[in-house]
Design a protein around this ligand. Structure first.
Ligand code: ATP
Length: 246
C-alpha cells in the first residue's frame, strides 16, 4: 500500500481525489496525498481543519474482496495502524477513540473517514482518508480544547514522509490479518489495549437516541460492546455513532 502515490500541492479533499482515481481504474494501494485541503471532510458532512505545510492529509484506495457490509471494519484496521505507527515513531501515548479517531490526552490527533463505492454484494473501491495533525502549533478556537498535534504532544517537529511510510507499513500487516479472516480477530486484542474508556462509563450518541453505558471494548466485528444501565449488553455498530467519555 502507498507505493503508487498521487501528490497534490492543494486539493479539495484527498478522499475526493482518491475516489476520482478509483473511478479512473487506479490500482489498489494508490495513495492520494496533499499538502493542503480546502474542503477537508469529517463524518456526517463535518469539516476537517486542514492548513498548509504542516500536517498529513492522505487517502488510500483499496479494492478489497470483501462484502460491502464488512468495509466499516477497515476504519478500525486503519485506526489501529495509525496508533501503532505514531506510538513507534513519536513515543507519544497515542490511543484509539472508537471507531475512527486517534487521541492523545483525550484530544484528537487524527481522524479517519472511510467511503465506498459498491453494489449490493460487490465493492468497486474503498477510500480510507487519514488526517494527522503533525506540526500544527495551535488550532481555531472552536476545536482548540479538543484537538492536538504530534508537535504539541512531543515538543518537537516531525517529518511527514517517514510517518506516512510507517502508517502504510502497519496497515499492510494489519490489513492482511483482516483479509485472512474477514474479521478483526487478528487485531482485536491489540485494538482493545489501545482503546480509551474501556471499563469506563461512556455516553453513546446515536441519531435521535442517546444513553449512558459501560464500555468493554470491541468484538471481532468491530462493534463496541457496552453494558446498559438495565443490565443488557449492546453491540454498537460504527455507522453514525459517537461515543464520549464522561
Ligand atoms: P466525535 O468526535 O463526536 O466522535 P467524529 O469522530 O465523528 O466526532 P469527525 O467527523 O471524524 O468527528 O471529525 C470532524 C470533527 O473533528 C469536526 O467537527 C471538529 O470538531 C473536529 N476537527 C476538525 N478538524 C480537526 C483537526 N484538524 N484536528 C482535530 N479535530 C478536528
Amino acid at each position: 500500500a502507498g507505493r503508487n502515490v498521487s501528490y497534490f500541492h492543494e486539493t479539495d479533499s484527498t478522499n475526493t481525489q482518491a475516489k476520482k482515481l478509483g473511478e479512473e481504474g487506479a490500482p489498489a494501494g494508490t495513495l492520494a496525498v496533499a499538502d493542503r485541503q480546502n474542503a477537508g471532510k469529517g463524518r456526517r458532512g463535518r469539516s476537517w481543519e486542514s492548513p498548509p505545510g504542516r500536517d498529513i492529509y492522505m487517502s488510500l484506495l483499496l479494492r478489497p474482496d470483501i462484502r460491502p457490509s464488512d468495509a466499516p471494519m477497515l476504519t478500525l484496521v486503519m485506526a489501529q495502524s495509525v496508533a501503532e505507527a505514531l506510538r513507534e515513531q513519536t513515543g507519544i501515548d497515542a490511543r484509539i477513540k472508537w471507531p475512527n479517531d486517534i487521541v492523545a490526552g483525550g484530544k484528537k490527533l487524527c481522524g479517519i473517514l472511510t467511503e465506498m463505492s459498491a453494489e449490493i454484494d460487490y465493492i468497486n473501491y474503498v477510500v480510507i482518508g487519514v488526517g494527522i495533525n503533525v506540526n500544527q502549533p495551535s488550532f481555531p478556537e472552536e476545536i482548540a480544547d479538543r484537538a492536538t498535534s504530534l508537535m504539541l504532544e512531543a515538543g518537537r517537529t516531525f517529518l511527514r514522509a517517514p510517518l506516512i511510510a510507517a502508517v502504510m507499513e502497519r496497515f499492510e500487516e494489519n490489513c492482511s490479518l483482516f483479509l485472512g479472516t474477514r474479521d478483526l480477530s487478528g487485531i482485536q486484542a491489540a485494538y482493545n489495549d489501545l482503546l480509551v474508556n474501556v471499563g469506563e462509563k461512556v455516553r453513546v450518541l446515536e441519531p435521535g437516541h442517546e444513553y449512558s453505558a459501560l464500555s468493554s471494548g470491541i468484538n471481532k466485528k468491530g462493534e463496541l460492546l457496552v453494558q446498559k444501565e438495565d443490565g443488557t449488553t449492546e453491540a454498537v455498530f460504527a455507522g453514525e455513532v459517537s461515543v464520549r467519555g464522561i
